[in-house]
Design a protein around this ligand. Sequence first.
Ligand code: MG
Ligand code: MG
Length: 286
Amino acid sequence: MFGRRPTPAKTDEQLLLMRRAGLLVGQTLELLSSRVEAGLTTLDLDALAEEFIRSHGAVPNFQLVPGYAHTLCTSVNDEVVHGIPGHRVLQDGDLLSIDCGAQLDGWNGDAARSLIVGPVGVLDQHGPERSEDLELVTATEDALWAGIVALEVGERLYAVGEAVEASVQGASARRGRDYGIIEEYVGHGIGRSMHEDPQIPNYAVRDRGPTVRSGFTGAIEPMVTLGSAQTRVLDDDWTVVTADGSRAAHWEHSVAVTDNGLCVLTAVDGGRSRLEASGAAYLPLD
Ligand code: MG
Ligand code: MG
């Protein structure tokens, strides 16, 4: 598992197909983000996502996971990942993480984002606690991008986790906090299947992992908490919550790594703005 063998790689044609699947996932998350408001249930969001994905000729790939019937995972407040959409009514100030995937023409995209429910200004109404939540959301998104730009052909894959961890530690120091990084759930390769080898830890590990080949496609997905990194699974056998009840954020993108640069497959702009801002080479695949 920890050998020096290189990562898998896709052909140029396959990368174009993966971009189409990833773009649809990114567009679905954009749609959901624009529609989220207090009073909706997480099941409402799930229905909206399923309709959008199917209307584009794709399949909600979470439904291909044995035992799972939904299009999204919706994790609220102390829920970290794998929250099941249901009749929970969203409230202003909730910290909502939406994880979404789609399979188009046999290729998969997988992405997640966190946001605070409510109109602009809701943070003021809900006081400093919600500001802490927004800082957590931003720290987690920044950690994702730090992990993405650590992807480079010829480098070791687990540089991703080192970069994620360094980014979270930097945010902790700036905020005077001690954010927790979840270790029980990790990123992964992606392609014909949503989950392919190798796993990609979102934290530093002793081994540095396989060497990244041009054409590698993987999902990077840090989960960060305001408290402990310990989790437990609820009786529904899916929903992962923090052991100490602290709130958590989750950001994920599927990314292609090539000799000619990176393409963030599930970002609507392909990652161009964030990649260029950090000096990383951007490869358009549209
Ligand atoms: Mg996901
Ligand atoms: Mg994933």
